[in-house]
Design a protein around this ligand. Structure first.
Ligand code: IPM
Ligand code: MG
Length: 356
């Protein structure tokens, strides 16, 4: 079980360190190797996804990823920006299935901006397609506008597209995930306006024939955004494209009160995966020892579950996290009066203690 450890930028190194400690405490034998990525990759070798880092990620059985990005790289040309590292890893490793659970821990119900009765007990799973759509579609760029009222002017453009295979395979992942849960799937599209998403809807409807036990519903993305804040518990599994999934998963994450709690898995067809917290690199709090390591620790649990089939060990970690929350420990992002404020390392140590 070889794990590539890619801490990245901002709070990445601090939170990944805690997750590595947890993995090392399980009594399993993991071979771990660390490499720079994102801004750290750029500093080390002039590219956000250095060749050796990509090679390591491709050879490993799983990747534990921290976060990338810092404002100081915003002026670099696009191919050199930290975000290109995660996009490059997704594409090169064929990690087309992004699983983003949004779970509200009962202890944190007060941290949500929504009323407790709207969110308590929330447990939804967003299945986001991750290697297609407008994110990777070509052509793209800035060109001279070829026609219409703005002909001859400069215009920025991107290409939204999905091949049938891409839709089918993510639909299968989503239906199978729904089968293991409440057997309800909402496919989110914009079929009323976009050709790409009418096609998406048709293909998902066709794949549904293989999963008669799952209840399928189609929903436009604008309505889905509204329903997520109106009645989020009505959802079980949501499947959608790369762009809509990016947006809806941030909204879903925030329903839980802290994006600092949410893990994610990005899987290929053989369940090789990259595991990362759903939050970003938070450069404003980097190095201060206050970042919440729980999303990364829970990402390590997802790794054990999906890539290594170590269900029991995954449960151990998830229970340990519940335990520290029940004990009242909180990093500043989830702190409320009456609980105990702790830093990154102390939270990590508490999870280690709760494991045994
Ligand atoms: C995410 C992030 C990335 C994305 C960025 C950092 C490229 O927002 O993982 O959701 O847009 O996919
Ligand atoms: Mg995002």
């Amino acid at each position: 079980m070889k794990i590539a450890i890619l801490p990245g930028d901002g709070i990445g190194p601090e939170i990944v360190e805690q997750a590595v400690n947890v993995l090392n405490a399980l009594g399993e034998t993991f071979e771990m190797e660390m490499a720079p990525v994102g801004g750290a990759g750029y500093e080390a070798s002039g590219h956000p996804l250095p060749d050796n880092t990509l090679k390591l990620a491709m050879e490993a059985d799983a990747v534990l990823f921290g976060a990338v990005g810092d404002w100081k790289y915003d002026t670099l040309e696009r191919p050199l920006r930290p975000e290109q590292a995660i996009l490059g890893l997704r594409k090169n490793l064929n990690l087309f299935a992004n699983l983003r659970p949004a779970i509200l821990y009962p202890e944190l119900a007060g941290a949500s901006t929504l009323k407790p009765e709207i969110v308590s007990g929330l447990d939804i799973l967003i299945v986001r397609e991750l290697t297609g759509d407008i994110y990777f579609g070509k052509p793209r760029g800035v060109r001279e506008c070829p026609d219409g009222p703005f002909k001859g002017e400069r215009e920025g453009f991107d290409t939204m597209r999905y091949a049938e295979t891409e839709i089918r395979r993510i639909a299968h992942v989503a239906f199978q995930a729904a089968q293991k849960r409440d057997k309800r799937l909402t496919s989110v599209d914009k079929a009323n306006v976009l050709e790409t998403f009418q096609f998406w809807k048709d293909i998902v409807t066709d794949v549904h024939k293989e999963y008669p036990d799952v209840q399928l519903e189609h929903m436009y993305v604008d309505n889905a955004a509204m329903q997520l804040v109106r009645a989020p518990k009505k959802f079980d599994v949501i499947v959608t494209g790369n762009m809509f999934g990016d947006i809806l998963s941030d909204a879903a994450a925030m329903l839980t009160g802290s994006i600092g709690m949410l893990p994610s898995a990005s899987l290929d067809a053989k369940n090789k995966g990259l595991y990362e917290p759903s939050h970003g690199s938070a450069p404003d709090i980097a190095g201060k020892g206050v970042a919440n390591p729980l999303a990364t620790i829970l990402s390590a649990a997802m790794m054990l579950r999906y890539s290594f089939n170590l269900t029991e060990q995954a449960n151990r970690i998830e229970n340990a996290v519940k335990q520290v929350l029940a004990n009242g420990l909180r990093t500043p992002d989830i702190y409320e009066a009456g609980t105990t404020k702790v830093g990154t390392a102390e939270m990590g140590r508490a999870v280690l203690a709760a494991l045994s």
